[in-house]
Design a binder for this molecule. Structure first.
Ligand code: ADP
Ligand code: MG
Length: 441
């Protein structure tokens, strides 16, 4: 057991929460009670579904936005304003099109007040290290996506940040370019060719996290909170085919696909004890009913139940398949255990059915399992004309979600309910009505 002194931590987040005020005056909680330490010598991956607050958390670490509650401690002092030890690489490259590669790389140094001579020298050195030699005077538009992201890396690394923050830095690149850059960055890190003390990488890719990180922090959604903090002790460079690698990927999959499991403590046991979940408003993944049917059909007569390999086989990204799996699980069509997915009998029935039976089954599954569908149904039944304005549903949703997310939730619940013929939606008036009622326009 290593004794840790306080100075060993680079950045500490203490009980950090972030909420925003909604236009209707309500507070919406994005991040809740985050406690996190970033220590020198580690790559930490911040992993979670989209909307779980990863970017927000990274921005708080960087001092771009302040927490609503709690504090960020940097070198044992509360952080005020921008974090001077942090540089960021964004997904979208964020380069100035009217500046050359060299000028773009010099930007961060200029902002730090470096003298022109030394900033040119440092920029050129980093351009060399990062493999941009010969492109100093090129403009961003002349470069491929991969080369542009190299500029993003060079610009961030040129200031020699203590902590390099990266927000999905490889996700705008094609698969091969992304893989190359990942390993090049690992090379630089492992060979200590960059003075960076720690790296925080935001990602929604489980494999990416397991390839790169020494520690994986899994964020959950609604509100964003830490669900697991998993060490990765496999030596670099990691082999995706190695059983330990795959076991870890499976484990993370299990955690992410079981949002109802409470915080997973770091234990030696592989099984996770489900604690009683706190009452949270159900969040509907925005998925079409057709995709859910597609997934169920795919699972029929299938030997391969491993979600991760299934995704690989289908060449789907985690972010593509997870919402569909989540929706199927919410509707109780499938079961998930240890990274394996299987059809429940009602899922099988659904597949066997024709269009009418499918709608009927979907109707009972939605009414039995989806709280928002139940709420809408009850509201409709309570009304004499069996119609409600969509604003009423939005009002309910906006106490739990941001305005855009509330819109998304509404759209999803309308799609699902329409398919199942529970209620209809009258486009011009924005009203939801009970299906039995015949509407005349
Ligand atoms: P991630 O990076 O994990 O996809 P984000 O941190 O970008 O998640 O966002 C988390 C949630 O916070 C989203 O629902 C988003 O709509 C909401 N959000 C982010 N910024 C703001 C803001 N300035 N005002 C209101 N809501 C916000
Ligand atoms: Mg993000």
């Amino acid at each position: 057991m290593v004794f840790k002194t306080a100075t060993e931590q680079l950045i500490v987040l203490k009980n950090v929460s972030k909420s925003y005020q909604q236009p209707n005056g309500q507070q919406i909680v994005i991040l809740e009670n985050i406690n996190l330490e970033l220590r020198p010598g580690e790559i930490v991956a911040l992993l979670g579904p989209s909307g779980s607050g990863k970017s927000t958390l990274m921005r708080i670490v960087a001092g771009l936005i302040p927490p609503s509650q709690g504090e960020v401690i940097y070198h044992n002092r509360p952080l005020v304003g921008l974090n001077p030890g942090v540089a960021i690489v964004f997904q979208s490259f964020a380069l100035y099109p009217w500046l050359t590669v060299l000028e773009n790389v010099e930007l961060g140094l200029k902002a730090k007040g470096e003298a022109p001579d030394s900033r040119r020298q440092k920029a050129l050195r980093m351009i060399d290290i990062i493999g941009l030699d010969g492109f100093e005077n090129a403009y961003p538009k002349e470069l491929s996506g991969g080369m542009r992201q190299r500029v993003g890396f060079a610009r961030a690394l040129a200031v020699e940040p203590e902590l390099l923050c990266m927000d999905e830095p490889f996700s705008a690149l094609d698969v091969l370019t992304a893989e190359n850059l990942r390993f090049e960055l690992l090379d630089l890190w492992l060979e200590r060719r960059i003075p960076t003390q720690a790296i925080l990488i935001v990602t929604h890719g489980i494999e990416e996290a397991v390839i790169m990180a020494d520690r994986i922090i899994v964020l959950g959604r609604n509100p964003g909170r830490i669900r697991a903090d998993l060490p990765v002790t496999l030596p670099h460079y990691r082999d995706r085919k190695h059983p330990t690698f795959q076991a870890l990927v499976d484990r993370v999959y299990t955690i992410i696909t079981n949002p109802e499991l409470e915080k997973i403590e770091l234990t030696t046991t592989t099984s996770v004890e489900p604690a009683t979940p706190p009452a949270k408003y159900q969040s509907l993944p925005s998925v079409r009913t057709g995709s859910i049917a597609g997934l169920l059909e795919l699972l029929e007569d299938r030997q391969e139940k491993d979600l991760y390999r299934l995704a690989q086989e289908l060449q789907l990204e985690v972010d593509d398949i997870l919402p569909i799996v989540e929706a199927a699980k919410l509707m109780d069509f499938v079961e998930l255990a240890e990274g394996d997915i299987s059809l429940k009998p009602v899922g099988q029935e659904f597949i066997n059915g024709g269009i009418d039976e499918r709608k009927q089954i979907m109707r009972s599954q939605l009414l039995a399992n989806i709280r928002l569908v139940q709420q809408i149904y009850r509201l409709l039944e309570a009304k004499n004309n069996q119609r409600i304005p969509e604003e009423l549903v939005l009002d309910i949703l906006e106490s739990h979600f941001s305005p855009e997310e509330a819109e998304r939730q509404l759209k999803t619940v309308v799609d699902w309910g329409r398919y199942a013929e529970i209620y209809g939606y009258d486009e011009p008036s924005g009203q939801i009505f009970l299906e039995q009622v015949v509407v005349s326009h």
